[in-house]
Every structure is written in structure tokens, then in C-alpha cells.
Design a protein around this ligand. Structure first.
Ligand SMILES: NC(=O)c1ccc[n+]([C@@H]2O[C@H](COP(=O)([O-])OP(=O)(O)OC[C@H]3O[C@@H](n4cnc5c(N)ncnc54)[C@H](OP(=O)(O)O)[C@@H]3O)[C@@H](O)[C@H]2O)c1
Length: 243
């Protein structure tokens, strides 16, 4: 049976590119999209490239969404090989603000809902399906801006990027990666965080140096790791980054 991947936030940006590349490598992909009409447009774009992608609605604010996704995958495919927790938000729209002393609690909570809490609910719910895979792979799409080591270093390239909600939610996501990887260390499942690079998407903005077409690499690599591959680390492409 062919491998199956579910990618959240796959209707555009890095999630879409990752789904496309996985599909082109022979993996069946299910796109997660909170807006079904946007998801259908993405499925059509893939269809124009000869890719037969599936679609399921997934909104990080819908507390019933993990169960609905679970039911859909169980009913149609019985198991899941790859989960890419890709959906994410930067609510201020600006990575280069220093807002720790001013950020409204609502922005903080809404960011954590999408970038952290919903990831845990979804992963917990789908884990029984991933355990049925002979090589389960969980990819948490993080960022170099999650790194406390780099944030606290002198002269780090990320020093000017101090938007609290986004950065802290991804630091928390990394904690989930490390803890879950440890819990699953005696299974076939690998759990890693990935930094895709600074990418020209709606979230990354127009000044980002990486084109969206090149943004799939880290998630793709982590989703297709061999049995001897790492677990519980933060990567950018083939390099590890400090926590
Ligand atoms: N771009 C970068 O430079 C960069 C760097 C490091 C890490 N990342 C990470 O890469 C991931 C993808 O980012 P991107 O740059 O591709 O961003 P993007 O183009 O803005 O796409 C974000 C995706 O997440 C979805 N999404 C947002 N809120 C959601 C919710 N409540 N429920 C379900 N889906 C939701 C969006 O759906 P809609 O279309 O419906 O809004 C969209 O599909 C994020 O986790 C981001 O933190 C990006």
C-alpha cells in the first residue's frame, strides 16, 4: 500500500509545496485546509500537474477537527505514515517587532492555539493511525526563531526578530517534539522539528530570500527519513539547529 501523508495548512505556501513534492515522489497526500474552497483550488492546481490529491477540512480553532480528520483517514485509508504539522500564524504580520512588554493576551493565546495547542490535539488523536505505519514520521514545522540559544547569543542573525507570540509558540512546539520523540523512542515513529528557511510567503513577507518553490526541502527530508534517521531534533535542510 502506498504511503500516506497529511499536511495541515496545505492550501498554499510551504505546506502546498511540500504536499506537491511528496506527491511527486509517489506518496499519496491529503491536504488539510481550513477553507474547503481554497483547498479545492489547491487540489485542482495539483491535478493540473497530474497529481491526485485528497482534501480534508482542518481548522486549528475547531475542537472537533482532530476527530473528524481521524475518522476520515481511518475510514478511507486505515493508517497514516506522515503527519506534517505545518499550519501556522504570525498574527502581527511582522517578525521584526519587539512586543514582549505590549502584546495583548488574545494575540498570544490565538497564536498558541494555531501553532502549539492544536498541534498537540491533532497529533494525539492521529497517533493510533501513525502507530499502524511501519515508518511513522511526524514533522513539526518550526522556525529558527524558536531557538533560545540563538536568541540569547550575542550577534546572532536572529537578534532583531523578537515577536514574542510567534517565537514562543514555536519554542513550545519544539518542546513537544523533544518530549514526544522521547516517548516514542522505542517505536518506528520519528518526530522532528524543521525550519524551512525564511520563505517568501504571506507569512514570510516579500523580503524573504527563499522562493516558495524551494521551501519544501526540510519538511520533505524529515517526512521521508530512513529507519536510521534522527528523532527529536531541529533541522534546517540537512543541518541541525540549536534549541
Ligand atoms: N515563511 C517563512 O519564512 C517561515 C519561516 C519559518 C517557519 N515557517 C512556518 O512554516 C509554516 C507555513 O508557513 P507559510 O510561510 O507557508 O505561511 P502561509 O503562506 O501564510 O500559509 C499558512 C497556512 O496555514 C494555514 N492556517 C492559518 N491559520 C490556520 C488555522 N487556524 N487552521 C488551519 N490552518 C491555518 C493557512 O490557511 P489559510 O490559507 O486559510 O489562511 C495557510 O494554509 C508555518 O508553520 C510557519 O510558522 C515559515
Amino acid at each position: 500500500m502506498e504511503k500516506l501523508a497529511f499536511i495541515t495548512g496545505a492550501n498554499r505556501g510551504i505546506g502546498f509545496e511540500t504536499a506537491k513534492k511528496l506527491a511527486q515522489s509517489g506518496i499519496k497526500v491529503i491536504l488539510g485546509s481550513r477553507d474547503l474552497s481554497k483547498g479545492e483550488e489547491a487540489v485542482q492546481k495539483l491535478s493540473n500537474l497530474g497529481i491526485d490529491a485528497d482534501l480534508v477540512q482542518y481548522d486549528a480553532f475547531d475542537e472537533d477537527a482532530p476527530q473528524k480528520v481521524y475518522d476520515y483517514i481511518l475510514g478511507k485509508y486505515k493508517k497514516l505514515d506522515i503527519l506534517i504539522n505545518n499550519a501556522g500564524v504570525l498574527l502581527t504580520g511582522n517578525l521584526f517587532v519587539a512586543n514582549s512588554s505590549t502584546i495583548p493576551e488574545k494575540d498570544l493565546k490565538d497564536t498558541f492555539q494555531t501553532n502549539f495547542f492544536s498541534v498537540i490535539s491533532l497529533t494525539q488523536k492521529l497517533l493510533p493511525l501513525i502507530k499502524k505505519s511501519s515508518a511513522g514520521r511526524i514533522v513539526n514545522v518550526s522556525t529558527i526563531l524558536s531557538s533560545l540559544t540563538l536568541h540569547s547569543a550575542k550577534d546572532s542573525p536572529i537578534t532583531p526578530a523578537k515577536e514574542l507570540a510567534y517565537n514562543a509558540s514555536k519554542t513550545a512546539l519544539n518542546a513537544f517534539t523533544v518530549h514526544l520523540a522521547n516517548e516514542l523512542k522505542d517505536t518506528n515513529i520519528k518526530v522532528n522539528s524543521g525550519h524551512p528557511g525564511w520563505v517568501k510567503t504571506e507569512l514570510g513577507g516579500p523580503n524573504a530570500p527563499v522562493e516558495v518553490e524551494d521551501s519544501y526541502k526540510t519538511s520533505f527530508n524529515l517526512a521521508t527519513l530512513g529507519d536510521d534517521g534522527p528523532s527529536g531534533q531541529l533541522f534546517h535542510e540537512n543541518d541541525t539547529l540549536p534549541w
